[in-house]
Design a binder for this molecule. Structure first.
Ligand SMILES: Nc1ncnc2c1ncn2[C@@H]1O[C@H](COP(=O)(O)OP(=O)(O)OP(=O)(O)O)[C@@H](O)[C@H]1O
Length: 297
């Protein structure tokens, strides 16, 4: 697969605060890569470094083949970090014409990009008549004017109503389908689950998970167990060679294994060791449960 971005040990320190702490990342063409984390976890700082507006304290990154200069690489990237200022009395089309003039790009793409973001039939209407969601879609069209290989979005659906959110998420998926790699920062787990193929989970600048969204969801699952003799059960669970960890809430034990274990084989193992269970349920965690586990660890 063609590599779009390679990041090694990227770190940003602000005095004593480490905003981004040794991040490694490898993004392939066509991925929709989510940077997921609560406010202040370092998402915007990471994007700022990748866009050359924040100087890293340590580490390195290289765009595309690693051979192009950072200036040349930046020309292949469209970014929407802050809401751009458009002229309210000018039409969507005229606003984008102005963007093209400023960025010295050909204007031939404007109508196509407006159609792509669903504003084809509103392109000659004044910007001030647009809803918030339409304004954001115009901003995305603006970032796409020079046909970038990569589109970077910071919290793309923040502040929109449910319908606006749906439209923007669908648009992001359509853009990715057309071959553009997307990197998006979001504090919304649901957004990453619905839109992204890959995710880097950040907490206080540290990487908690980095990989495919599917693989995060498709964990080995866990067992909910109860036994009259809980102590004996725990002892034998811990002796199992695939044992990972155990947690307890109100007498119900959640047991995680490093490998896939079937309910019947676990039941058999415990029975052989003299432990009879009064409750055995196998469950798969939702991404949300895994996210909570990761961020609580
Ligand atoms: N210029 C700065 N000087 C000092 N500290 C900063 C600066 N910029 C960011 N920080 C701190 O770095 C940490 C990471 O901030 P960052 O904005 O990257 O997080 P984020 O995940 O994007 O959060 P948000 O969604 O709230 O912007 C925070 O603790 C923030 O206060």
């Amino acid at each position: 697969m063609e590599s779009v971005l390679e990041v090694k040990g990227l770190t940003k320190k602000y005095r004593r605060l480490t905003a981004v702490d040794h991040i490694d990342l490898s993004i392939e063409k066509g991925a929709v890569y989510g940077l997921l984390g609560p406010n202040g976890s370092g998402k915007s700082t990471t994007l700022g470094m990748l866009l050359n507006v924040i100087n890293p304290t340590e580490g390195s990154f290289s765009w595309f083949d690693g051979k192009s200069s950072s200036q040349a690489a930046l020309k292949r990237i469209g970014a929407l970090i802050e809401r751009p200022n458009f002229y309210s009395y000018m039409s969507a089309y005229k606003n984008l014409e102005l963007v093209c003039k400023i960025k010295q790009i050909d204007t031939t793409n404007i109508s196509d990009k407006l159609t792509l973001v669903g504003l084809g039939d509103r392109q000659h209407d004044a910007f001030k008549t647009f809803s918030l969601g339409m304004k954001q879609r115009l901003a995305i069209a603006s970032a796409l004017l020079n046909d970038p290989d990569v589109l970077i979005l910071d919290e793309p659906t923040n502040g929109f109503d449910p319908q606006g959110i749906l439209q923007i998420r669908q648009l992001i998926k359509d853009i990715a389908k057309s071959g553009t790699t997307v990197i998006l920062a979001s504090h919304l787990l649901d957004e990453v689950e619905k839109v992204c193929t890959h995710v880097l989970i950040l907490q206080k600048g540290k990487m908690l998970y980095n990989g495919k969204v599917d693989e995060l969801i498709a964990s080995n699952g866990f067992f909910e167990l109860k036994a009259d003799d809980a102590e004996e059960m725990i002892k034998h669970l811990k002796l199992h060679n695939a044992f990972d960890k155990i947690t307890e809430t109100d007498g119900l034990y959640r047991v995680f294994f490093k490998d896939i274990i079937t309910p019947s084989s676990l039941n058999y193992y415990l029975m052989q060791n003299g432990v009879s269970l009064s409750h055995l349920v196998f469950k798969k965690e939702s991404l949300e449960e895994q996210f909570i586990q990761l961020t609580q660890a």
